[in-house]
Design a protein around this ligand. Structure first.
Ligand code: SF4
Ligand code: SF4
Ligand code: FES
Length: 324
């Protein structure tokens, strides 16, 4: 039995291709046609279906003791829609219920539908199928659980490694929720382009350095985890930036990034992890220093009711002016 299958670009080329599957309704009609039945008054006529796209999908089921293969499906995008996730749902509902993939929000905010579409990592729910045929693989260089579902355990472990939560010297009081931490608008703007990350793993799995070193303990954490490391280091409310930075300084971590920017090209949320890793490198050699926060924290206790009253009195926030 094949277990722990991990695919890379070279092994993709050797995956055998299997014949074309059609929507269940069409194959039923075709069977009827063979027996002289079919649509009313049209014996022997081809079914009223015109396929305009061939979708090739990587299939692998560890329970079946079979090597992976590519399954092809013929679909009509007038029926299925043009968004890749809609096409997959159409195939699952109408043609092949055994097809397995992850999805949840359907609007690019949960990050669960990440896969490799026509050679580029992306989120299936916000990507339109390009003209021509469609080839869908799981995210590269991860273990495949089944079909398009990959094992993200290592990716989440690496995220946990950077301790993605606010850390303060007076953490006990802060954790009890009795004190509000203030932040100026300028300081808040510093985490723009980082907090939007949906942890889809498109960036890390397109990074060559991550392919070679990402699967080994305490080596390269990958662009997604490093983007979040920078997000907490630069946050004006976090007081553990020196300790965080110190942990990243090993030669196997920050410096495995060779600034190739595959990560930036792959990110479906248009973030720039490659640039932020460069900033971390500058910080690690003291060329870039974290600024002192604009707002000093006081010891005032947090009153949720009072804050709600003040927010209601202030009215809705004004829209931001666009930067020129
Ligand atoms: S810039 Fe760094 S993290 Fe991004 S793809 Fe290149 S090596 Fe990987
Ligand atoms: S940086 Fe972009 S590609 Fe990477 S995990 Fe976050 S959203 Fe996904
Ligand atoms: S389904 Fe949530 S990001 Fe695609």
């Amino acid at each position: 039995m094949l277990r722990n299958l991990r695919i890379n670009y070279r092994s993709w080329m050797n995956v055998p291709i299997r014949g074309i599957k059609m929507p269940a309704i069409i194959s039923k009609l075709m069977k009827k046609d063979k027996g002289g039945g079919g649509e009313k008054g049209s014996p022997g006529k081809p079914p009223p279906f015109e396929s305009d796209k061939c979708v090739s999908i990587f299939r692998y089921d560890p329970e079946e003791c079979e090597p992976p293969y590519i399954q092809q499906y013929e679909i009509d995008t007038k029926e299925s829609g043009h968004v890749v996730l809609d096409i997959l749902l159409y195939i699952k509902n109408e043609i092949d219920p055994t097809l397995t993939f992850r999805r949840s929000c359907r609007e690019g905010i949960c990050g669960s539908c990440a896969m490799n579409i026509n050679g580029k990592n992306g989120l299936a729910c916000i990507k339109s199928a390009p003209p021509g045929d469609l080839i869908i693989y799981p995210l590269p260089h991860l273990y495949v659980v089944k079909d398009l579902v990959t094992d993200l355990t290592n990716f989440y472990r690496q995220y946990k490694e950077i301790q993605p939560w606010l850390q303060r010297k007076d953490e006990k009081e802060f954790c009890e929720g009795t004190r509000q931490l203030k932040q100026s608008i300028r300081d808040r703007d510093k985490i723009e382009g980082m907090y939007e990350c949906v942890l889809c793993a498109c960036c890390s799995t397109s990074c060559p350095a991550y392919w070679w070193h990402g699967n080994q303990d305490d080596r390269f954490l990958g662009p997604a985890a490093l983007l979040h490391a920078y997000r907490w280091i630069i946050d004006s409310r976090d007081e553990f930036h020196c300790q965080r930075l110190e942990k990243l300084k090993s030669m196997w971590n920050l410096y495995r990034c060779h600034t190739i920017f595959n990560c930036t090209t792959a990110c479906p949320k248009h973030l720039n992890p490659g640039k932020l890793i460069s900033k971390l490198k500058l910080m690690a050699c003291d060329k870039l220093i974290k600024e002192i926060p604009d707002v000093e924290q006081d010891n005032e206790l947090y009153d949720a009711d009072e804050t709600a009253r003040k927010t209601a009195a202030a009215g809705p926030p004004k829209p931001k002016e666009k930067k020129k």
